[in-house]
Design a protein around this ligand. Sequence first.
Ligand code: ZN
Length: 287
Amino acid sequence: MLLKQIKDNTDTLVDEIMNRFTKEDLNTITWRNFIRRTRPYEVKFTKVLKGLFKQQEKEVLSNMRKYPHPNREAQIDTYMEVLKQNWLSDWLFAEMMWRRRFSNAGKPFIGGVLEDVGQAELTNLVVGIDFDIDSPAVISFQKKFIEKYSKVVNETTLDSLRKTLQAGVTAGESIPELSKRVGKVFDFADKQRSLQIARSETIRAANFGAEEAYIQSGVVKAKEWLTSFDERTCKIGCKELHGRKTGLGKSFGKQGVSADLGYTDGEIPHPPLHVSCRCTLVAVLIE
Ligand SMILES: [Zn+2]
């Protein structure tokens, strides 16, 4: 009798406390928890990427010293002739090997944050099951996005290096001058791209993990877009999606999707919507 009374009183107290929170308060808590959980992965992944870019820069600079520089005295009639020479491929880093290195380096962060967020969501839903990291959906997501990220990252770097080195050689620049151009490409990778890449991949894997947890739980009927409360990051596009609901496995829409996010046919299954997006999802429960 006494125990029942204590339980009833506690339930009333919990209800009263919960009623004091508005939907907005709960959203803020959800988003803060999401950032608290994903941030350590983002920070460490950024650091690892910076290290990889440093090694790549060393490789390119050492190639430039090793292989013959197009002769400044030689008559270079047209820009196209410069492009035909194979000095450029000698100088650039070995793409396939670096794709593998980036894939291997990304795996623990992408897989780790996916599992961590997936498990946390299942714990919140109080369904008493563990997150299944070996589900076919999880395996195929990891395979697809780990390969995709390392491909896109290395293609982007190579593209920048090609453009700037071709311009420098065409202008007849010396090795120290050309090295400075290489330095600029990797300086940008260090100061901006590393964090952007780490953030996009972390947020993508985390949100996939959340949705997969909703599916595995069996108690969630839909997902709701929760826009980042970080003013610096999500000004465009995401605000329109805030509060929008869609079924599990479905898309939030097609508008405003930048091609480099790599979703099929421009559909948006979950955040990120753009570079540096920090939005997340909220579960809509089956009543
Ligand atoms: Zn966003």
